[in-house]
Design a protein around this ligand. Structure first.
Ligand code: PMP
Ligand code: GLN
Length: 397
């Protein structure tokens, strides 16, 4: 029934990856890394399979992983969660978000996100019968911020804290925060996040925070919402091993929240997948125990690849949002004659041999607004792929 309303649309990622494969294009569309996971993580999964850890795990996740998630949050953020009552392992952040929203949102309740937003949010809010409200991320062009004159303009993003505060009302059931942010790569600062927490407290709303890119920050600092004053009691935090450990296909994610809230989320989760990924759970526990330097090295390596893609796009002279975090750069394709990036992105794999995602995929249907000519390009790819994609785009442009 929901497909009828256009709220639950087919995912753009499957569509663009299929187009990329059909035309042998460099796939800068779907955000998955083409690097391997850390050796100890991969070996640990292989060993678990060989040792016979292939049947259902406990519904809430194996104790070793729940303990590793708690230990990781304490080490990096000083947050303490009881591994048995406040940590839940899920089938990726996707299930964590779905179970949380289905547990909290009653038909007609409002859920607030920024716009653009990660596309799964709109779909799951609709599945829960919620009403999706958004606050825009605003653009501001900074002239001559590139390294040399030929570079395209740099575009900075900001969220108006007052606009955010005003959007949180008694009708708001959940404020769904995402920092580091997909698709923009924005890292929200503590001040903006505190506005959310305070307004949520005032209106008795929950804060659901999607922090899957927590370790992939290049500029600024990741602030976990749950660590802010007054946040913990109403905050549900979502994480995932996919991005941090380069294992997006394993689909191991988690939720941390105060026990009564986690109980409700677990209640939904048991009827979605019940449990998943037994041999991967122990391997992710090993990964979360890596040294601080190993986490830092992942971000550093990714930052270099970001810069490589930025340099390639600069040579074409496209206005860019240079990501502060995550996997993606946003580019304005208007200089290439694109008024509608969605239309151009459909042709790009065949014409230019490169795949990208239109930013309109991260906005409500038909509401691309001033993002209409913008596209998202992934840099979580190996250097040869990024260089070849740059050459192809320049040749085609
Ligand atoms: N949230 C955001 C912001 C994401 O970018 C993604 C995936 N790229 C997810 C959630 C889903 O994570 P998972 O693959 O662990 O389900
Ligand atoms: N989250 C990834 C992205 O933003 C893709 C996830 C998916 O394919 N569902 O590209």
């Amino acid at each position: 029934g929901l497909l009828r309303d256009g709220e639950v649309r087919p995912t753009i990622f499957a569509h663009m990856s299929a187009l990329a494969a059909a035309h042998g294009a460099m796939n800068l569309g779907q955000g998955f890394p083409d690097t391997d996971p850390p050796e100890v993580v991969a070996e640990s999964a292989v060993a678990a399979i060989r040792e016979g850890l292939n049947q259902y795990p406990p519904g809430a996740g194996i104790p070793a992983l729940r303990e590793a998630i708690a230990a990781h949050q304490e080490r990096f953020y000083g947050l303490r969660w009881d591994p048995t009552s406040e940590v839940l392992v899920t089938a990726g952040a996707t299930e964590a978000l779905a179970a949380s929203l289905l547990a909290l949102v009653r038909p007609g309740d409002e859920v607030l996100t920024l716009a653009p937003f990660y596309d799964a949010y709109a779909a799951v809010i609709a599945l829960a019968g919620g009403v999706h409200r958004t606050v825009p991320i605003r653009r501001e062009t900074v002239e001559d911020a590139g390294a040399d004159e030929a570079d395209g303009a740099r575009v900075r993003l900001h969220v108006d804290p007052e606009e955010l505060r005003a959007a949180i009302t008694d009708r708001t059931r959940v404020v769904l925060v995402n920092s580091p942010h997909n698709p923009t790569g924005m890292v929200l600062d503590a001040r903006t996040l505190q506005v959310v927490v305070d307004a949520a407290a005032e209106h008795d709303a929950f804060v659901l925070t999607d922090e899957v890119y927590e370790h992939l920050v290049f500029e600024g600092e990741h602030v976990p919402v749950a660590s802010l004053p007054g946040a913990r009691e109403r905050t549900i935090s979502v994480g995932s091993a996919g991005k941090t450990l380069s294992v997006t296909g394993w689909k191991i994610g988690w939720v941390t929240a105060p026990a009564p809230i986690l109980e409700a989320v677990t209640g939904v989760k048991q009827w979605l997948t019940y449990a998943s990924g037994t041999p991967f759970q122990g391997a992710v526990a090993r990964g979360l125990a890596m040294a601080d330097e190993d986490f830092a090295a992942i971000a550093e390596d990714l930052r270099e690849r970001r810069d490589l893609l930025v340099a390639a796009l600069d040579r074409i002279g496209l206005p860019l949002v240079v990501a502060e975090s995550g996997y993606f750069v946003l580019a304005d394709l208007a200089p290439l004659g694109a008024h509608d990036a969605a239309e151009l992105c459909d042709r790009l794999p065949e014409k230019a041999g490169v795949a990208a995602i239109p930013v309109s995929a991260f906005l409500p249907e038909g509401e691309a607004g001033d993002w209409r000519s913008w596209a998202r390009l992934a840099f979580c790819k190996d250097r040869t792929t990024l260089e070849e994609a740059g050459r192809r785009l320049a040749a085609w442009a």
